[in-house]
Write a protein that binds this ligand. Sequence first.
Ligand SMILES: *Cc1c(COP(=O)(O)O)cnc(C)c1O
Length: 371
Amino acid sequence: MNNFEIPYLSFKAMHKPIELELQSAANRVIKSNWYILGKEVADFEKQYTSFISCQYGVGVNSGLDGLVLSLKALEIGPGDEVVVASNAYIACWNAIHLVGATIVPVEPDPFTANIDPGQIPSVLNSNTKAIMAVHLYGRLCDMDALSKIGRINGIPIIEDCAQSHGASYNGTIAGNFGTINSTSFYPGKNLGALGDAGIITTNDSVLADKVRKLRNYGFSQKYVSDSIGYNSRLDEMQAAILNTKLKYLTEWNEARIKIAKFYDKHLTAVPELTLPKPAYHGDHVYHIYCIQTVKRNELQSFLKSKGIGTLIHYPIPPYLQKAYSFLKWDGSRFPIASRLAEQSLSLPIYPGLEENELAYICDQIKSFFEQ
Ligand SMILES: *Cc1c(COP(=O)(O)O)cnc(C)c1O
């Protein structure tokens, strides 16, 4: 029984039914005669912030630039320290380094892979200027604990919501907790553009104003520079696509939650696996369904031989990347992040994944551990 070819990710079931809508969105832009910072971007900023119930949204070209601009808006730079998880995505570390600030990594919770608030107080000092809350896999960080640490110490939180579109914590949606927050709409995210895109969200009008200028050379109006800015604009074409796809995000998130439920139910009896902590009420939107096992590499090869694609988020933690070799940190400094990198495996999860495919995946995983 090996007649399945299941990729790690497929867009087909999401895009096929809305192909005409996507084409008409693209046509709308082509015919508009206006391609940068126009009606589509303004519309998307309005639609997305209304979806997450946040006041201000500033469309940008990527999640990375959203983080850089957020740090810049908070006037974080050389001499300042930013706390971030040791296992965060490389873009989070890069953003901190690119503004000239110092990366201060702390270990994640071994089960959620999100930053462990308990580890934070010991690294705080007068140079700490922000805590980056990266909501990994689709589940929010412990925002009560992080907000409390931020409040007590007067340190702003920056959320990275790239993997948590629509995910909530105590009823509040990601992108609302931090002082200023960044989101990516890279194609593979729960809400993905057909290219690069992102948004910064905030409830602070001054910060919103600042990043609005920073994304466009620092212009307050055409050719009038208030600050030294970037070109980090979201373009009309991607905004039009996002305006179309946003309408389906809740439905797609629900499809992901259903898949996670299936995995939870059918893999729970496998003692060699650590499954994600279940959460089905929109408090986890399962961007990634990450299991942990000491036999990760063997399981991945086995599944590949059975036609099942998987990924590892992430195989090399930031501190072991050549790019950060100058920090001279080895794996022993961050044992939890190192273990996650060695034992994590992400199973296929996307709208359109059929129940017989899921059953096949679970059967193959069980048969691997039974052999
Ligand atoms: C994808 C991602 C980013 C980077 O987004 P880009 O749009 O690719 O720059 C940042 N942080 C996290 C957690 C991500 O998953």
